[in-house]
Design a protein around this ligand. Structure first.
Ligand SMILES: Nc1nc2c(ncn2[C@@H]2O[C@H](COP(=O)(O)OP(=O)(O)O)[C@@H](O)[C@H]2O)c(=O)[nH]1
Ligand SMILES: [Mg+2]
Length: 207
């Protein structure tokens, strides 16, 4: 990442400066259907002012974006969210939130380039909005973990029921996650990092 570019985006804040010890930068993508909390998550954990391309939803989205269950949502992400979090002195994650709406899927190619993994956010009131996104990650072979975002009026299901409903393999971590809570989002990202680590250290299945 060109630091000059991010300075332009975020302005001169002292925490924008990466520690000299930062040795590894990892790209992580935050995905999920419309209104599941992607922009909220990036905003909660980012140590730089997140870049977001949130726009007031216009008439153009009427009948195209499914707002059932998120009627109070008045803004939508038109291109992406971008943030940064330092996991420790050496490891920095760059977070890219991708729009869930199908009409933005052409952006996926660019956004997934070089990404090591993804966090899929789901809203238990509307699981179906994340189905397609999960299918696309599986097609591309992008490793992911699932964050079950806690909306107050959302039905609580045992995680194994959610796993079955979303058809998520037993090996893929599923965790509770409150997109508004920094610690909770950080835990979700740590779960992804640990999962990626197990994938690189586990022996491949015999062919
Ligand atoms: N109660 C609650 N509301 C949330 C949570 N995450 C997001 N929201 C709200 O849900 C709406 C959609 O979130 P947003 O981050 O814009 O979704 P996106 O379309 O996935 O980027 C916003 O009004 C958020 O304030 C959460 O964990 N709990
Ligand atoms: Mg958004």
């Amino acid at each position: 990442m060109d630091s000059k570019i991010s300075e332009e985006f975020v302005g001169p804040r002292s925490e924008d400066t990466l520690p000299a010890s930062a040795a590894a930068a990892v790209k992580v993508v935050i995905v999920g259907g419309f209104g599941v909390g992607k922009t909220t998550l990036v905003g909660s954990v980012s140590e730089i002012r997140p870049l977001t391309t949130e726009e007031t939803m216009t008439q153009a989205g009427v009948g195209v974006d499914d707002v059932a269950g998120v009627e109070r949502k008045t803004e939508t992400t038109v291109a992406m969210d971008f943030g940064r979090i330092s996991i420790n002195e050496q490891l920095v994650l760059y977070l890219f939130g991708t729009p869930g709406q199908e009409r933005f899927w052409f952006l996926w190619n660019g956004l997934f380039e070089g990404a090591l993994g993804a966090v899929v956010l789901v809203d238990t009131r509307r699981l179906e909005v994340s189905f397609d996104v999960i299918g696309r990650l599986e097609e591309r072979g992008v490793p992911f973990v699932v964050g079950i975002n806690a909306f107050p009026d959302a039905p609580v299901h045992p995680v194994e029921d959610l796993r079955a409903a979303l058809d998520i393999p037993a090996s893929v971590p599923m965790i509770d996650c409150d997109a508004r809570d920094r610690g909770s989002c950080r835990d979700a990202l740590m779960t992804l990092m640990r999962y990626l680590h197990t994938l690189t250290t586990s022996t491949p299945e015999p062919q």
